[in-house]
Design a protein around this ligand. Structure first.
Ligand code: SF4
Length: 362
């Protein structure tokens, strides 16, 4: 879905809404039916923080609050926030002078920050701190005269934001196929960084190829692929070893969600599909399937997973076993602009990945 806007949900191809329930038939299969549910799944700490930042900005400043790009890549979250008064835009020049704007979890380049300042916008930066960490690495390596080989997907907002921190010294490595064609000034002074939401295995293969070409390639100080991406991939690998069919809940423009489908197919699942809503599950996917694996991307509210489990239960998959491969307890604080309310009272809550109910389920 490369042609979709990353701003408003209105211009996106809307999936079928959850109200259109697709009651699945309970057809017989040779073995007992069951679901293996991956854990961790769903919301990460950075997404939780970004979504709450928009909700809190709406509470504090009133609607509308503008958001540059989708706050997180999930159509349900974006359309829910739109109903509450958020207006999603692609660029800051669409925002009326003097308004409040939230920068998305994927981060922005310094040029975007400057563009917002030039329009006298009150900016709230909901960039995930783990993306900010990569920005800082890019700035530091650039200052030290390294050329940065940034492994990531062309056109992804996070990649644009990171490249914008060292535009003169960053070369994008979009896929392993790019490696033979990379041209650098000094092959002994190169470092690789990456987008936070890539396939761990594919990225390591790209690094291996890069190191064949540039033996003195320097590694980043710590992994750029974030804990949430890594943990969800480890969990889905385990699930895929046992499941004939894997269903991943998440949106088409969510990089980490799409990677989960790839990882499932590479690790034993006969078939794997991404759905925004349970109503997209097709009856024929279940033909002859005794074990269904289920997971969700890092920007997906748990309520959407519960809908999938409900529909699978209709089809006889009521036995749900959870496979837990990691516990997550990382917490982030709110963006600094929102840590106090209008009366100056502090909001110091720690935000981690959490099960969250959205209004259509309340
Ligand atoms: S997926 Fe990782 S980098 Fe992205 S918002 Fe979540 S924790 Fe942050």
């Amino acid at each position: 879905m490369s042609n979709i806007s990353n701003g408003s949900a209105v211009s996106l191809e809307m999936p079928r809404v959850p109200a259109v329930r697709n009651r699945l038939r309970d057809n017989p299969v040779p073995l007992p039916k069951r679901v293996i549910l991956a854990a961790p799944r769903g919301y990460c700490a950075g997404v939780d923080r970004a979504v709450i930042a928009v909700e809190k900005a709406l509470e504090r400043f009133g609607a509308p609050v503008y958001v540059r790009k989708q706050i997180v890549h999930n159509i349900h979250v974006v359309s829910t926030l739109e109903r509450k008064g958020a207006i999603f835009v692609d660029e800051v020049d669409e925002v009326p002078v003097g308004s409040h704007i939230v920068f998305s979890a994927h981060g922005v380049s310094p040029a975007v920050v400057q563009g917002a300042a030039d329009r006298n916008l009150d900016a709230i930066d909901a960039t995930c701190p783990l993306v900010t960490k990569v920005h800082r690495e890019a700035v530091r390596f650039s200052r030290d005269d390294f050329e940065i080989l940034l492994i990531g997907h062309r056109g992804h907002e996070e990649v644009e934001g990171t490249m914008g921190h060292a535009p003169e010294r960053t070369i994008l490595v979009n896929s392993p196929a790019d490696v033979p064609n990379i041209v650098v000034n000094n092959p002994d002074h190169v470092v690789w960084l990456s987008q936070t939401t890539l396939s761990v295995d594919e990225t390591m293969e790209t690094v291996r190829l890069l190191r064949e070409r540039f033996p003195n390639l320097q590694d980043p100080p710590s992994d750029d692929i974030c804990y949430a991406t890594t943990n969800r991939q480890v969990a889905i690998k385990k699930v895929s070893e046992q499941a004939e069919l894997v269903i991943v809940v998440g949106s088409a423009n969510s990089s980490n969600t799409v990677r989960l489908v790839d990882v499932a197919l590479e690790n034993g699942a006969r078939a794997a599909y991404r759905v925004d809503y349970a109503s997209e599950i097709q009856q024929e996917w279940l033909d002859g399937v005794s074990t269904v694996g289920v997971s969700s991307g890092a920007s997906v509210p748990e309520v959407l997973v519960q809908e999938v489990l409900n529909d699978l239960a209709d089809a006889g998959y009521a036995d749900v076993q959870q496979v837990v491969t990691a516990e997550e307890d990382l917490m982030f604080s709110l963006p600094k602009e929102l840590r106090k309310d209008a009366n100056g009272n502090p909001d110091e809550r720690g935000l981690g990945g959490r099960v969250r109910r959205l209004d259509w389920q309340q």
